[in-house]
Design a protein around this ligand. Structure first.
Ligand code: ARG
Length: 581
């Protein structure tokens, strides 16, 4: 079952082909002038230009071929040669009915599903997650759901940052503390939780900058850990586990779930053979005691530095584990595509890693994509900080959003009859919807300003507004049930009903765009448009008080279809709707 836009496009393409013109000119899009038409085709202009023919004449021939199409109420040529399509009420009703009856609410799957790994979240041992990780988690989770819904086999992988220099640094600090207190390393470890770790880490990284001897010590510890020292591995494991438990709590609160909780350390066993292989392929070169792979290409606008694979201490670096992870994934998931949802500021890093992987034949050219995102900024336009100037912890941010959501609910006099526990759960859903929708309604590459007041408002283009609309439809449907009204076949007559049917039809295009451009904002935009279409419909077309039973049953079915599609769209964004408010 295809959407109307595609079905009309196929008919138009056939008409162009019958006129001896490339079928591709038959592409149909939503109308720029919804007051005049439902869909339009601009192909006659481009085709006539290429053929040096008259566009209106070509359009007239195409229109003649399409005139008999029973789905069309009218087909007209406008301006220099645009073709305008208006559908019959019956065609729209048929499509709305099909969407209402479809478990996929009108969305298609891809013809050839792929195996896809999405690397997102990217939390680090010993470092609490901050707002940068918020974006990686929200966008990555949405893309994972969108790709899966399109039919691909998808693994979401957290790619835990658990193997670099920070691990050696922590070990150095802990050993030092044990020595100064005259206790064992284990005894020190027992006193450590994520809060302590997150104090230790920034202090230690600051110290490294001033104290070269301490830095060298930490580097040695890193190399020793990576060379397989058992005692160090045990300390590492303990730090790893403490961090993971705490980070998982934040991810759970956000509704972010990974299929694989793998880390940089899991790539370690693949490194020795990979290094040998890079050597054998003539890609690895010595450079001042370290080993590098040159990745600059002719025609690069600026010189991309080589990837550092083995440091002069013999340790592996951020890029080393990334390349080795590609080797590991190839063995384990054999993905046709790997998407990296990581801050845009890491674009050089990924370009280096991808080029090494392509040069060495670990992944086919074009199968690795860095989906960079912009930053979430404070009112000053710089990456968001707390009032004290520090990075805001993700857990604190969620708590802040929940506080605000409670206040907003009370202010709007919503949820006051709910039992305390349900009120809390609803406030949590409102908070998560606010944060996620604010993020996902922008194209991922753009930065945006953190404004909790605006994000949590029940008015405007916000997550809470969408939840409110969904809850409103749920309560309408409950009321209908209570009054004994069932839904029935969809009939379309009013302009607001036409508009709602056309919006329901547009879900497939939004999903295709989101998938092809790896951009959840198309789904966010659709969810908002759908809510607005429904609002207009609800204002113009009484449902429970419809003029007759058949109209009421049809409108109830439209409401059901709208709710199902809205909830599906929100689900793809990782947003859950409450039953009531
Ligand atoms: N842990 C990294 C960070 O916090 C992000 C990891 C991204 N993924 C990757 N494969 N490098 O910056």
């Amino acid at each position: 079952m295809s959407d109307l836009k595609q079905a009309l496009g196929e008919a138009a393409s056939a008409a162009f082909a019958a006129e001896g013109v490339d079928a591709a000119f038959g592409r149909v899009t939503a109308s720029d002038r919804p007051d005049l038409a439902d869909f339009q085709c601009n192909g006659a202009l481009a085709a006539a230009k290429a053929m040096r023919a008259n566009p209106r004449e070509l359009a007239a021939k195409v229109v003649d071929r399409l005139k008999g199409d029973a789905r069309l109420a009218s087909i007209e040529i406008a301006g220099p040669g645009f073709i305008n399509f208006k559908l019959t009420d019956a065609a729209l009703a048929g499509r709305a009915q099909a969407i209402a009856d479809d478990a996929r609410v009108g969305a298609e799957t891809v013809a050839e599903p792929r195996r896809v790994v999405i690397d997102y979240g990217g939390p680090n041992v010993a470092k609490p997650m901050h707002v940068g990780h918020l974006r990686a988690s929200i966008i990555g989770e949405a893309l994972k759901r969108i790709f899966r819904f399109r039919g691909d086999t998808v693994w979401g992988d957290a790619h835990f940052g658990d193997w670099g220099f920070q691990m050696g640094l922590l070990i150095a600090v802990i050993e030092e503390e044990a020595a100064s207190k005259g206790v064992s390393v284990d005894q020190v470890l027992e006193t450590i939780d994520l809060d302590r770790l997150s104090e230790i880490y920034p202090a230690a990284s600051a110290r490294v900058k001033e104290d070269p001897a301490f830095r060298d010590l930490a580097r040695q510890k890193t190399a020793k850990l990576q060379s397989g020292d058992e005692g160090y591995r045990a300390v590492w494991k303990r730090l790893h586990d403490i961090s993971m438990v705490a980070l998982t709590r934040d991810f759970d609160a956000l509704g972010v779930h990974f299929d694989l909780w793998k880390g940089e350390s899991d790539a370690d066993p693949f490194i020795p053979a990979m290094v040998e292989d890079l050597k054998a392929k003539g890609l690895l070169e010595p450079d001042q005691g370290a080993m590098i792979v040159r990745v600059a290409r002719e025609g690069d606008k600026r010189e991309l530095p080589p990837l550092l694979v083995v440091s002069s201490e013999g340790s592996s670096m951020y890029g080393t584990t990334d390349v080795a992870t590609i080797v590991e994934r190839r063995q384990e998931q054999d993905p046709q595509l790997i998407l990296y949802v990581v801050d845009a500021r890491q674009s050089d890093h990924f370009e280096q890693v991808f080029r090494v992987a392509y040069l060495a034949g670990y992944a086919p050219e074009g199968s690795l994509e860095h989906l960079g995102f912009g930053t979430m900024n404070g009112p000053d336009g710089k990456p968001f900080k707390t009032r004290a100037g520090g990075v805001l912890k993700l857990g604190d941010l969620i708590e802040m959003a929940r506080d605000k959501a409670r206040a907003r609910l009370r202010e709007a006099d919503l949820g006051s009859e709910l039992p305390a526990e349900e009120f809390e759960a609803t406030a949590h859903k409102v908070a998560v919807a606010a944060l996620k929708f604010a993020d996902l309604s922008n194209f991922r590459g753009t930065s945006y300003i953190f404004d909790l007041d605006r994000f949590t408002s029940f008015e405007g283009k916000t997550g809470p507004y969408l939840l409110y609309q969904a809850v409103r439809i749920k309560s309408l449907l409950r009321k209908a049930r209570d009054e004994g009204h069932a839904s029935g076949p969809i009939r379309i007559a009013e302009p607001a009903e036409r508009d709602l049917a056309l919006t329901l039809d547009a879900f497939e295009t939004a999903l295709e765009d989101a998938y092809d451009k790896r951009a959840p904002n198309y789904i966010a935009e659709h969810a908002y448009r759908l809510s607005q279409s429904f609002s207009k419909f609800y204002a113009a077309c009484p449902v429970l008080a419809a003029p007759d039973g058949e109209t009421r049953a049809s409108r109830l079915r439209l409401a059901e279809a709208t709710l199902a599609q809205l909830e599906q769209a929100l689900q793809l964004l990782g947003i859950e709707t409450p039953e009531r408010m």
